[in-house]
Each structure stands twice: as structure tokens, then as C-alpha cells.
Ligand binder design. Structure first.
Ligand code: SF4
Length: 400
């Protein structure tokens, strides 16, 4: 299925939910406490940039606004948004999102807009950052409760934790299976599952992922690689790769896709559309809508659900808002050097400050390990598609 088809399919799932009477709260920054919305009886849906959105009213945004949020804003002004009960903006992540949230309130005063402010880093001696986020989530819960007269229900929360955990557990397994054998399931298929779930996190979208994971598990067992997959999963989770021994006959090249709010499907489509190329060259992505969401830990069983959700949100690996630069680069080096990676494609959303700040450090970390890199600036419309394809293709040829 091509990129447009995947978007259409996930959108249809969301539309069906709305038509069946479900109320949706949209969120834009991927590390939102999904369980909170479900505990209040709402379906959280990740609102994303779309290809083919024509710009309008862009003069309302500051000049530094990235191409991603310009696309979101244009969707709203073009009337391409579904009817949402509310929309959550993050605070303290990047200037573009802050600007989008501020402008949105003024331009669309009838939209119900919420804000969740994140701490600068997850690390603090006295755990004050986690407590800060827990308090923010509790306040958001109160606001939702008052705005809609829908209290936080513990039973719904527990069901939500289970649902999201099932999704993460199955997708983590699939991601790790591909690290050991990238042909065991296409990358495009896994990221389609992730997109479908994040657009409409329902029992049926989780069942599809669970079934795929069960089928891959059976294949992996027959191939004798199940233990290696579990070892990779443990290593990625704890950052210690001493227990990982990959098979000797790995197919090359093996590449990783790094970046932030870049669409994994767009990258898969670009590579699959190249002659004599398939997404089996992608061993892993480190993108916000892929790896960083999938490898977030689920909330622990705790008497304080707000604290548990805050702890969970802050475990999203590799997010600049959550982890310091040196920590992120050490984690990247651990991945590259222990998972036999030859090449790294660093995707940068146009005019995204965090991506552009991060890219030189990523290049340096990779070059210290002898891993080749290429930087690919892109926007949600893939407006420079021909040039992007040529750069990726040339890069892959140099690896071969
Ligand atoms: S793409 Fe970059 S600048 Fe734009 S919203 Fe995401 S993190 Fe912010």
C-alpha cells in the first residue's frame, strides 16, 4: 500500500469512530498520555501533517514556524480537520509548536484547546521533573473533567494502560525482529500498524498488531532467531548490548533512519519506489512517530496514575525534550556499533530547529564509528521528491 493509501486507511478508521459517536481529542506532540484521555472516555488521535495540503493563512505564523506546523495550520484553515472535541498542544517542546498553539487559540476561538507543559529534561536529583509533569497531567485531567463533565474513571484507565501496553509490546517485538532479520516483515507494514493505532487506538487496531507479532514469532522460532530478537529488545530497552550476538550472515547494507517528526511511511515509500530497492535495507528508525513512541515504557502499576503516566511519557527514548544531548548520542552510538549498521540517513523537517540542532552531533557520533551519513531535508509534502530520491539512492549505492 502506498503512502497516500496508508493515510486514507487510517483516516477512514478515525472517521468511522466519529460516526459511531466516539469523541476524539487530538494531540500533536506524539508523547501525550493517551491513557488519560481514555480514562475520561475520549479517544486520543495523533493529528499529523499530510501530503498534498495547500498552504493558506500562513502569514499568521511566525517566520520560524517549521513546515510541519504550517501544514497542520493549513489543514485547519482549509477545513480538512475532523470535528474534534478538543486539541492538545504541548508547551516547552519547540518554538514552532508553542507558536501554533498560541495562534490557534486566537484564530479559532471556538476550538477547545488544551496545553500540557513538559519539563526540560527527565533527569533531576530529586525527581522534581517527573513530579512537575505529573502535576501538569493532573491539572489537565481536572480541566477535561470540568470542561466535559466526564470524570477520570479508574477502570477505564486500567483498560487503557493494558491496551497501549499490548500495542507497545507487540510493535517492540516487530521492530526487534527486523533488526535481526529485516525481511521477516516489511518496514512499511510495521509503521502502517503504528500509524493506524496512533490515529485510532482501538481494540481492533491492537489486534492487528498482535496477530502480526504472533505470526512473526512463529517464523522467527522456525528460523532459530527468537532468542536473539528478545536479546535485542532487552538491549535497546536497557541500553546494554553485551547479550546481543547477531547472526553472521546479515544482508547488507543495513541502515538506520534518524530524525524527529518525520513520517516513517514517507521514508518507506521513497525507498520502496526506487528501482531494485526495498525497505529491507532499513533496519531501524529512530523517529518520533516510530521508535520513540514504540519504545516508550507503559505506566507502572501505581496508586498515583498521574505520576505513573508522567514517568511513562518521560521514558520516550531519544527525544530532545526528555534527554540531554550527550545521553542521546551515547544511546545512538550503542545502537550503531552493536547492531551492525553501515549507514545513517538523518532526516530533517524543513525549518525544524531541534532537527537542525541535532543533525551535526548525529553526524559526528556516526563518523566516530565509521558509519556513513547523509542529511535529507524534507517537508510533509515531499515537495522536492526527485532530489530526495536521488540523494538517498546515491547514498545507498555508496554503501554497497
Ligand atoms: S518538526 Fe520540529 S519545529 Fe516542527 S513541530 Fe516538530 S519539533 Fe517542532
Amino acid at each position: 500500500m502506498n503512502y497516500e493509501g496508508v493515510i486514507e486507511q487510517s483516516f477512514v478508521g478515525l472517521k468511522e469512530l466519529v460516526e459511531s459517536g466516539e469523541e476524539i481529542i487530538g494531540y500533536i506532540y506524539p508523547h501525550a498520555p493517551l491513557e488519560l484521555f481514555m480514562a475520561h472516555g475520549f479517544t486520543p488521535s495523533l493529528i499529523r501533517a499530510l501530503p498534498g495540503v495547500s498552504g493558506g493563512f500562513e502569514e499568521s505564523l511566525q517566520t520560524f514556524a517549521c513546515s510541519y506546523i504550517r501544514n497542520l495550520y493549513s489543514q485547519r484553515t482549509n477545513g480538512q480537520f475532523l470535528n474534534l472535541a478538543g486539541l492538545l498542544f504541548p508547551g516547552n517542546t519547540c518554538d514552532s509548536l508553542q507558536n501554533l498553539g498560541d495562534v490557534w487559540r486566537v484564530r479559532f476561538p471556538d476550538d477547545r484547546v488544551f496545553r500540557l507543559t513538559y519539563p526540560v529534561t527527565r533527569y533531576s536529583q530529586d525527581d522534581s521533573t517527573t513530579k512537575f509533569l505529573a502535576e501538569e497531567i493532573r491539572l489537565l485531567s481536572e480541566t477535561i473533567s470540568n470542561a466535559f463533565n466526564r470524570p477520570f474513571l479508574s477502570e477505564s484507565y486500567e483498560r487503557a494502560v493494558e491496551l497501549v501496553n499490548d500495542f507497545r509490546s507487540s510493535t517492540q517485538f516487530l521492530y526487534c525482529a527486523r533488526v535481526v532479520n529485516p525481511k521477516i516483515i516489511p518496514y512499511a507494514e510495521i509503521v502502517r500498524f503504528v500509524r493506524t493505532f496512533l490515529t485510532a487506538p482501538t481494540i481492533s487496531s491492537v489486534s492487528v498488531v498482535k496477530d502480526a507479532a504472533a505470526s512473526v514469532r512463529t517464523t522467527a522460532d522456525k528460523l532459530g532467531i527468537l532468542d536473539t530478537i528478545e536479546a535485542v529488545r532487552k538491549a535497546i530497552t536497557i541500553g546494554d548490548y553485551t547479550g546481543v550476538k547477531l547472526p553472521d550472515d546479515l544482508e547488507t547494507p543495513r541502515i538506520v533512519i534518524a530524525g524527529g517528526m518525520v513520517e516513517p511511511q514517507a521514508i518507506a515509500t521513497l525507498i520502496n519506489d526506487m528501482p531494485d530497492m526495498s525497505d529491507s535495507v532499513i533496519v531501524l528508525d529512530l523517529l518520533s512517530f516510530g521508535f520513540k513512541t514504540v519504545f516508550t515504557e507503559s505506566p507502572s502499576k501505581s496508586d498515583d496514575p498521574y505520576l505513573a503516566m508522567a514517568q511513562s511519557v518521560l521514558t520516550a527514548p531519544g527525544e530532545p525534550t526528555h534527554e540531554g544531548l550527550s545521553y542521546r548520542m551515547d544511546a545512538l552510538k550503542g545502537l550503531l556499533s552493536n547492531l551492525s549498521i553501515q549507514g545513517l540517513i538523518v532526516c530533517e523537517q524543513s525549518f525544524c530547529d531541534p532537527d537542525q540542532f541535532e543533525a551535526p552531533s548525529i553526524e559526528r557520533a556516526a563518523s566516530e564509528l565509521g558509519v556513513k551519513t547523509v542529511r535529507i531535508p524534507l517537508d510533509p509534502e515531499l515537495s522536492d521528491r526527485g532530489r530526495i530520491e536521488t540523494r538517498i539512492q546515491t547514498f545507498l549505492e555508496t554503501l554497497e
